[in-house]
Design a protein around this ligand. Structure first.
Ligand SMILES: Nc1ncnc2c1ncn2[C@@H]1O[C@H](COP(=O)(O)OP(=O)(O)OP(=O)(O)O)[C@@H](O)[C@H]1O
Ligand SMILES: [Mg+2]
Length: 297
């Protein structure tokens, strides 16, 4: 092996390692009920159609969002891994199209009470999921409570869902403000993009983004991106009512096509630059050990 070939192998190995790091995308909103869980589940379906392995982490405490749409009741949650005898792989429920699903469970609330060993075990366990997925979608709760903000701050990529309703836009702005002010102290690097949901037209989606991004620029001196829009779609409502997922029940519906477009855009965009540590390790250690020093690799 000559020197050039050696170098090529090193680069190949590095690229393979980077490619193996899953994308970690938090889906959040200022106001509740604006379409986060539908976004998470339908993006998951779209990613599966692209042959990506997906795990949804349902961090919306107490509200059984994703499981209702999947029509499956997860037997276990993270709590069973941390406090019980379960292996992490055993607490992953399989949904449609083999989408993995982890319930944060109400036990997540008490993560602050973990001792250092439990904390470290959890971070390592969760970061070992790296080999099991290409994308991890995190369905956060709504609003600016600490438990939501911790997830949002830790994620390299954030999708902020908002509808054209003034209260939804105002609450989205409050969330951006809270994230930006915390970011200043933690120095987190991330991309934050708007998904305009329940819009009547492309123009209305653009208007939602322009409204929000202009106040963010003017008052917070920051920038948010635009990932696209999902139309108000009666077929989506029908699907939800029937406990189905619109992308499976009506794959050619306007909303299903819009989700697919957003998923394609996400896949086409650069993920946040990785560092030498696992993305999932960094992600989980930064919120599970918040306030404590992260265990070193
Ligand atoms: N594009 C859409 N077109 C029509 N209706 C929609 C659309 N997106 C969401 N909805 C409606 O809004 C409801 C709430 O959506 P979803 O459960 O995804 O919101 P959420 O943000 O996860 O809510 P929560 O904050 O309670 O977790 C759905 O049940 C559906 O009826
Ligand atoms: Mg939800």
């Amino acid at each position: 092996m000559d020197q050039a070939e050696g170098l090529r192998n090193v680069i190949k190995a590095r690229d393979a390692k980077i490619a193996a790091e899953p994308r970690i995308i938090a889906i959040t909103s200022g106001k509740g009920g604006v379409g986060k869980s539908n976004t998470a589940v339908n993006l998951a379906i779209a990613f599966r159609k692209m042959d990506k392995r997906v795990i949804i982490f349902d961090a919306d405490l107490g509200l059984a969002n994703v499981e209702v749409m999947f029509g499956t009741v997860p037997k276990y949650s993270l709590k069973d891994y941390v406090y019980g005898e379960m292996e992490l792989s055993e607490i992953i429920t399989k949904g449609p199209m083999d989408i993995g699903f982890i319930s944060g469970g109400s036990g997540m609330l008490s993560l602050n009470n973990l001792n250092d060993d439990q904390r470290q075990g959890l971070v390592y366990g969760l970061s070992n999921l790296s080999g099991m997925c290409d994308v991890m979608l995190i369905d956060t709760g709504a609003g600016i409570s600490d438990s939501v903000l911790d997830f949002v701050l830790a994620a390299p990529e954030v999708l902020l869902v908002t509808t054209p309703e003034p209260s939804s836009i105002t609450d989205a702005y409050s969330l951006v403000k809270a994230v930006f002010s915390k970011r200043k102290t933690t120095g987190e690097k991330q991309t934050m993009s708007i998904v305009a949901n329940k819009v009547m037209s492309e123009a209305e989606g653009n208007a939602v983004y322009t409204k929000l991004s202009s106040v963010v620029e003017r008052f917070l001196g920051g920038h948010i991106d635009y990932m696209g829009y999902i139309p108000q779609d009666p077929l989506l409502e029908d699907a939800v009512r029937a406990q189905k997922i619109v992308s499976l029940a009506s794959p050619t519906s306007r909303s299903a096509r819009a989700y697919f477009e957003i998923a394609s855009k996400l896949m086409g965009s650069e993920s946040m630059p990785g560092d030498t540590k696992s993305g999932l390790f960094r992600f989980f250690s930064s919120f599970i050990t918040s306030g404590k020093s992260a265990p070193s690799l």
